[in-house]
Design a binder for this molecule. Structure first.
Ligand SMILES: [Ca+2]
Length: 332
């Protein structure tokens, strides 16, 4: 029954292959490659992690005499696969309306003490509100409309500053994809905006074990530099990198697009389409690698004032400061 055995082997291989490459959306291309053996250059999917998974898939095959042939097919498919190119928009907020869409965003309000995290865990100085003074939709520099998060110096419920923190928690979350936003940042000592994500299980698995993905963080006294970071584990681990604009340019002078491409076992950070960081090694006390970055995360946009990392504002810091967000988009 050689024909039947061959068919069963292919089916088994394909099942294993799809298991090893769950993000691949080019099934047709892959199947064609498996049949034709025609390679293409520039495959982005041959990460070390996936090679390990692929090798495991081959080892799992119970027909050793076919291993060589399967390996050739696998290599051909890898070189042809353009998987996870994230060309399908699955969610966005263009902030082009008149008000903030409550089906997309909720607010963290207060000083963090409400959650047992006074200063939001970072000795931050602002009181977050959901008032339009601190978060609203308005015309933005360069035309169009966008979300404005405004940090103000004002006495409010015992705090010296107000600002806002919007999040999609409980409304929208995603596992893997390209998550990007077009943002014009504020400037000044003690100004700390961020575009980031937290594990949706944070209420049952406290930070940092739930995982944190900082797509963009920025300190207002270093206006030419942004940071991309992940936090994870127990004990707390983190991996970080930074990107500086060329020619001494400042992120407060114009809009820039900040993005992460997040696949199983790897993350890539981008500014204006330029990749500046890749991370593939992390750990988790909550599950096997690639936990905790293998489950849904929600998005946050906030503008903090003060805090352990940037330090407090000083006499040179001008208020109000505005963080403009033209849009946020998620591709799978
Ligand atoms: Ca917009």
């Amino acid at each position: 029954m050689p024909t039947k055995r061959n068919s069963a082997s292919r089916l088994s291989f394909w099942t294993l292959f799809k298991g090893a490459f769950p993000g691949c959306r080019r099934d047709g291309l892959l199947r064609a490659a498996l049949r034709s053996g025609l390679p293409k250059a520039g495959c982005p999917c041959a990460s070390l992690t996936r090679w390990r998974s692929a090798a495991q898939a081959i080892r799992l095959c119970r027909k050793p005499q076919r291993t060589f042939g399967l390996a050739v097919l696998l290599l051909t498919a890898l070189s042809t696969c353009n998987m996870s190119n994230f060309d399908s928009l699955v969610w966005s907020d263009e902030f082009n309306g008149s008000t903030i869409d409550s089906t997309n965003w909720t607010y963290d309000t207060g000083t963090g003490a409400e959650k047992g995290l006074t200063g939001w865990g970072n000795n931050e100085l602002q009181y977050y509100t959901s008032r339009s003074e601190n978060a609203r939709i308005e015309d933005i520099p360069g035309g169009g409309r966008g979300l404005v998060i405004e940090a103000r110096k004002e006495s409010y419920s015992g705090s010296a500053y107000t600002s806002s923190r919007l999040l999609t928690q409980g409304l929208h979350s995603w596992t893997y994809g390209r998550i990007e936003a077009r943002i014009k940042l504020p400037i000044g000592q003690g100004i700390w905006p961020a575009f980031w994500m937290l594990g949706s299980n944070i209420n049952s698995v406290p930070w940092p074990a739930c995982g944190e993905i900082d797509i963009m963080e920025y300190l207002g006294h270093e206006p030419g530099k942004v940071h991309g970071t992940i936090h994870y584990g127990t004990p707390h681990g983190w991996l970080t990198s930074s990107y500086s604009l060329p020619g001494g340019a400042k992120f407060s002078d114009d809009f820039h697009v900040f993005a992460i491409e997040w696949r199983s076992g790897e993350m890539h950070w981008y500014v204006d389409g330029t990749k500046y960081s890749t991370q593939r090694q992390w750990s988790s006390s909550e599950g096997d690698y690639p936990a905790p970055f293998d489950k849904p995360f929600f998005i946050l946009l906030n503008l903090a004032v003060g805090g352990t990392w940037p330090g407090a504002p000083n006499a040179s810091t001008q208020f109000p400061q505005k963080m403009y967000v033209d849009w946020v988009r998620v591709y799978r």
